[in-house]
Design a protein around this ligand. Structure first.
Ligand SMILES: *Cc1c(COP(=O)(O)O)cnc(C)c1O
Length: 392
């Protein structure tokens, strides 16, 4: 048993993916820009992977740029598009629940003279489309809203947002790092102009991602140097990573329904059992428009950090919010944006189920969680006050 329940933070590389990657570290180590055989072969491998990525989201291969992951794709898209269209306007629209790769890029752009509107979400985490429409100005050039949230799993109304962007002649970028590999994506049908994805979130390797940018959309390059990636992203291609990314996306979409069904069943079982076994909880996010493996539950009267430490003692890996923010004592910006009070946001546990999890592992998690929550509550002054107030 692995007891790994943090698949939104990263996933184990699929054995099939790893197997495809290995020869590119050893026998076939050539630089794809070189003209001799091991160079040419690697160029071919890179272009085949590009076709696989394009096919998965219904884009064209020449609209795919390989990057070092989701964060680089987000940075490149947002900065690159904002600067390329600066003559037209300096206003960007995003949401309050974005990943730091988007939020921090927007904050940086504000310091550089851009104007950013941060759209709110409802209690389920769905962006307010009216607020989005009302925020559009003459100077708006870019809307960047995530496809699915990494903490609460909510899937945003991407097609509607794409339509609004198109009608107003605004470029639409989406951080789809959590969605790719779990949700069917068609960039044409959804009017997506730009999209970020990352290999390690769907059983591919870490440190490799891709950015899709529609042919007609311009963006300024971010990494300067050689002429790789159509002169848009310099640096010798990460051939093993690119091959792994291509394989991972192919595997994910060839078994999508089957995997999602199994993952969702386990997730629903977990949530139902928690509801049955543990009182005073709050289920966060939307149960309809939600990533199949995600659950986010607040346990009142306890701290998420205490929960995580105790779960870790039992060999269970989970998260209390986004992995990037754990370690800080601020409650998650996503949980605050859906309206949770600080004390409830603090007691939140994110369990993200993946394709390697088993029912046996979920049962082990449930048994330990029940015991730990009860023990931590018995030590909590808030719980004591609550009980003494005649609440039990
Ligand atoms: C993980 C994640 C990222 C960052 O991707 P990296 O490949 O780790 O840089 C960006 N956005 C979302 C929604 C994520 O979940």
């Amino acid at each position: 048993m692995d007891n790994y329940f943090d698949n939104a933070a990263t996933t184990r590389t699929d054995d099939e993916v790893l197997k495809e990657m290995l020869p590119y570290f050893s026998q076939s180590y050539g630089n794809p820009s070189s003209i001799y055989k091991i160079g040419r072969e690697n160029r071919k491998a890179v272009e085949e992977a590009r076709e696989k990525v394009a096919k998965a989201i219904n884009a064209e291969p020449n609209e795919i740029y390989f990057t070092a992951g989701g964060s680089e794709s987000d940075n490149t898209a947002i900065r690159g598009i904002a600067y390329a269209y600066k003559q037209r306007g300096n206003h960007i629209i995003t949401s309050k629940i974005e990943h730091p790769a988007v939020l921090e890029t927007c904050k940086q752009l504000e310091k550089e003279g851009f104007e950013v509107s941060y759209i709110g979400v409802d209690e389920k985490g769905i962006v307010n489309l009216e607020e989005l429409k009302n925020s559009i100005k003459e100077t708006t050039t870019l809307i960047t809203i995530m496809f699915a949230n990494n903490e609460i799993g909510t899937i945003e109304p991407i097609k509607e947002i794409g339509k609004i962007a198109k009608e107003n002649n605004i470029i639409f970028h989406t951080d789809a790092v959590q969605a790719v590999g779990s949700v069917k994506i068609d960039v044409k049908e959804m009017n997506i102009d730009s999209l970020s994805l990352s290999g390690h979130k769907f059983y591919g390797p870490k440190g490799i991602g891709a950015l899709y940018v529609k042919k007609s959309v311009r963006f300024q390059k971010f990494v300067n140097g050689g002429h790789q990636e159509k002169n848009k992203r310099a640096g010798t291609e990460n051939v093993p990573g690119i091959v792994g990314l291509g394989k991972a996306i192919e595997v994910a979409y060839s078994n999508l329904e089957e995997h999602n069904k199994k993952i969702k069943e386990l997730r629903d079982y977990y949530v139902e059992e928690v509801k049955k076994r543990i009182p005073y909880i709050k289920i966060n996010g939307d149960m309809e428009n939600r990533l199949p493996g995600n659950s986010n539950i607040s346990f009142r009267f306890i701290e998420g950090e205490g929960l995580l430490l105790n779960l870790d003692l039992k060999g269970i890996c989970a998260s209390s919010g986004s992995a990037c923010t754990s370690g800080s004592l601020d409650p998650s910006h996503v949980l605050l944006a859906i309206g949770l009070p600080h004390e409830i946001a603090h007691g939140s546990l994110r369990i993200t189920i993946g394709k390697y999890n088993t029912k046996e592992e979920v049962d082990y998690l449930l048994n330990n969680l029940e015991e730990i929550v009860s023990r931590l509550r018995n030590m909590s002054p808030l719980w004591e006050e609550f009980i003494e107030g005649g609440n039990k």
